[in-house]
Design a protein around this ligand. Structure first.
Ligand SMILES: [Zn+2]
Length: 78
């Protein structure tokens, strides 16, 4: 949806963007890359208003190396 503006499940075109950054009193959608809230990588979400499908994208691709240090690679079929 990020790249097409169209829902892949229902072809809906009304998409909401929910940014991943924490706001006061609101819990955000983040991947922890360390221990504190300062070491979080925000994850933006795209919500289809028609069917509720949600697509998630890391806001900052530069955070991938930090995330890689904390999580193991996915090996399909293992
Ligand atoms: Zn949809």
């Amino acid at each position: 949806m990020k790249h097409t503006g169209i829902c892949p499940k229902c072809s809906g075109q009304d998409i909401l963007y929910i940014h991943g950054i924490q706001e006061a009193g609101e819990i955000g959608n983040n991947i922890y890359t360390g221990i504190t809230s300062l070491t979080q990588s925000p994850v933006g979400r795209y919500l289809c208003e028609s069917c509720g499908y949600i697509e998630e994208w890391l806001d900052n691709l530069h955070d991938v190396p930090k995330i890689k240090k904390r999580f193991k690679p996915f090996k399909w079929g293992e």
